[in-house]
Ligand binder design. Structure first.
Ligand SMILES: [Zn+2]
Length: 501
C-alpha cells in the first residue's frame, strides 16, 4: 500500500465523519434552496399554486434520483384533503362583559382565532374561568365537574398538554378556550404566522393539539387586562405558578367567529429508496422536512409581503435531497422514505394526515428523523435533539455527535414540527436542531451573522448568494450519518420507558 493511500485510509478510520462529510453535495443544497425560496413561488403557502410548483420541483428531483413514487396515481404526490376557513376579521369579535361594562376586541389585532378542527369555528360564550397554566390546568379543574357554560382562560399556550386537556374539556362541555398572550411581540408573531386563514384535515386525524373540535382564541395584552383587572388572581400565578383551583373571573365572554370554508386539495411529496438488505428492507426509516411556508402575508417595513422561507424550510428540503443523493450512491440496509409534508406551518397538517393515513404501515416504520430548524450561518459545534429523550434514537444521535467532538443536548418532545404526530403514534422520532455554539466564530461575529441571517417567520428569510452554506452542510452530514446508522443497525430503535406518546 502506498504511504499516501495508507494515510488516507487511516484518516477515514480515525474520523468516520470525514468520509460521510464528503458525500453531502453543498451545491445541491445551494441550488434547491435557491429554487424553492424564489419569489416566483410566493412563499409556498399551503394549497397555493406556488406550493404546487414546489411539489413539482421536489417530484422531478426524486425522479432524477430514481426514488420510487408512493402516490396512489403512481406519482410522488400523496394527496392531503384540507379545508380552509377564511376568517372575516371585521365580523369576528370577542367581547368581555363585567356587570354593565363591556369591551369589544378586534380579530387580527387584539386577538387571533387559533387553529382548530371542523368543530372549532363557531360562536361561543359563557362565564370566564381562569385555569392557570397548561401544566396545572388538569389539577385546577379536578373538582370542577361539568364545564357547561364556561369559557376556560389559560395563561399561555396549551402546547402538547392539549393532547389530554382538550378531549377532557370537550367531554365536560366547555364552551371554548381563551389563551392569554400578554406579550405584544408574541401576539404579533402569532398574527403574522397564522395569517387570515386556518386549515384542517377533511378526514379523521385525532389531533386535539392543532385541530381541536373546540374554539380557541389567542388573546393579547388588552384583552388580558380586561379579563384579569381586579380579579382575585395571585401574582405568583400570573408569573407562571400553577393554580390550585380554577378561579371564576367574575365576568363573561362572548365570541362571534365568522369564517368562509372552502376545499383545499394539496399533497405531501414522498419518494422511497429501497433498502439493499432483503431481510431488512421491509422496515423503513423516514426523513421529514416540510416544504410549505407562510405564503403571502403582512408586509414588513420594506414592503415585502412574500414569506420565502429559505431557512424554514427550503433548507430542510435541500438537505433531504442531498441526503437522498448520498444514500442513492451507497444504499443502507433498510428502506428510507424521503417525506416532504405540506401544511406544517398551518399545524403539522401534512405529517398528521400521513401518520393517520400512512402510505407505508407505521408498524414497519422504525424511525422518523426531522429537519426543520433553520439554516445555521456557521458550522454548529453543539446540537440539540428534540424528543431525543423519548427513544433510543437519542443515544444513537449522542454517540455520533460526541464522536465529532460536538456538544449534545437531548430534549423533550413538543408539537412544534413534523416528528410529533409520529411520536404520538409510538414511532421513535427525533428532531435535529443546531445549537447556538458555532465553529471559529467570535461573539461579535456571531451577533453580526444573527442580525444578517436570522429572520424567523419574516419576509427577510430569503436566499442570498453570499449565504455561508457550511452550516447546512454539517447539519445535513449529521442527518445523513444518523439516518445511515439507524437504517443499518441490527436492531430497531426503542421508545424510552419515560416517553409519553
Ligand atoms: Zn418549519
Amino acid at each position: 500500500m502506498k504511504p499516501l493511500l495508507r494515510a488516507l485510509l487511516a484518516t477515514a478510520l480515525l474520523f468516520p465523519g470525514a468520509a460521510a462529510a464528503q458525500r453531502i453535495d453543498t451545491m445541491e443544497i445551494r441550488a434547491s434552496t435557491f429554487f424553492l425560496s424564489s419569489d416566483l413561488l410566493q412563499g409556498r403557502g399551503t394549497g397555493t399554486p406556488g406550493e404546487r410548483v414546489a411539489a413539482l420541483y421536489l417530484s422531478s428531483e426524486l425522479q432524477r434520483l430514481g426514488l420510487q413514487p408512493q402516490g396512489p396515481d403512481g406519482s410522488y404526490l400523496l394527496p392531503v384533503p384540507l379545508i380552509a376557513a377564511h376568517i372575516d376579521d371585521d365580523a369576528t369579535r370577542l367581547v368581555v362583559r363585567r356587570g354593565a361594562d363591556s369591551t369589544a376586541f378586534v380579530s387580527g389585532r387584539d386577538f387571533v382565532v387559533n387553529t382548530g378542527g371542523a368543530g372549532a369555528f363557531h360562536d361561543f360564550g359563557g362565564e370566564a374561568l381562569l385555569v392557570g397554566s397548561a401544566e396545572g390546568a388538569a389539577r385546577a379543574l379536578a373538582g370542577a365537574g361539568s364545564l357547561r357554560g364556561k369559557v376556560l382562560v389559560t395563561l399561555g399556550p396549551l402546547g402538547g398538554d392539549a393532547r389530554s386537556l382538550i378531549p377532557d374539556w370537550i367531554r365536560r362541555g366547555a364552551a371554548g378556550v381563551v389563551v392569554l398572550i400578554p406579550d405584544p411581540g408574541t401576539l404579533a408573531l402569532y398574527i403574522r404566522s397564522r395569517g387570515d386563514t386556518r386549515y384542517y384535515a377533511d378526514a379523521a386525524v385525532d389531533d386535539p393539539v392543532w385541530q381541536p373540535d373546540l374554539p380557541v382564541l389567542l388573546a393579547g395584552p388588552a384583552a388580558a387586562r380586561a379579563l384579569l383587572a381586579d380579579a382575585a388572581v395571585p401574582d405568583s400565578v400570573l408569573r407562571g405558578k400553577a393554580l390550585a383551583t380554577a378561579v371564576p373571573l367574575g365576568r363573561s365572554l362572548d365570541a362571534s367567529i365568522r369564517v368562509a370554508l372552502r376545499d383545499v386539495p394539496t399533497a405531501n411529496v414522498a419518494g422511497l429508496l429501497p433498502g439493499r438488505d432483503p431481510a431488512l428492507r421491509d422496515e423503513i426509516v423516514v426523513f421529514t422536512a416540510h416544504y410549505d411556508h407562510l405564503g403571502i402575508s403582512t408586509p414588513d417595513a420594506r414592503g415585502d409581503s412574500i414569506y420565502n422561507g429559505f431557512s424554514d424550510n427550503a433548507a430542510g428540503d435541500g438537505m433531504l435531497l442531498a441526503i437522498a443523493e448520498a444514500m442513492v450512491r451507497d444504499r443502507p440496509a433498510r428502506s428510507v422514505l424521503f417525506l416532504f409534508p405540506t401544511g406544517e406551518e398551518r399545524g403539522l397538517l401534512g405529517s398528521t394526515y400521513y401518520a393517520a393515513h400512512p402510505a407505508l404501515p407505521l408498524a414497519r416504520t422504525i424511525a422518523v428523523i426531522n429537519l426543520d430548524a433553520g439554516a445555521p450561518p456557521a458550522p454548529p459545534t453543539e446540537w440539540r435533539f428534540a424528543a431525543g429523550a423519548s427513544s433510543s434514537l437519542g443515544e444513537t444521535a449522542s454517540r455520533i455527535t460526541r464522536s465529532h467532538g460536538w456538544k449534545v443536548v437531548l430534549g423533550g418532545a413538543s408539537p412544534n414540527s413534523d416528528y410529533w404526530p409520529f411520536l404520538q403514534r409510538g414511532v421513535p422520532s427525533i428532531f435535529i436542531v443546531p445549537g447556538g455554539e458555532w465553529e471559529g466564530v467570535t461573539p461579535a461575529e456571531k451577533a453580526r451573522l444573527l442580525a444578517r441571517w436570522e429572520h424567523y417567520h419574516e419576509p427577510a428569510d430569503e436566499w442570498a448568494p453570499d449565504f455561508p452554506f457550511a452550516g447546512l452542510r454539517r447539519y445535513a452530514e449529521l442527518g445523513l450519518e444518523l439516518g445511515r446508522a439507524v437504517a443499518d443497525a441490527p436492531a430497531r430503535p426503542t421508545l424510552s420507558a419515560t416517553a409519553t406518546p
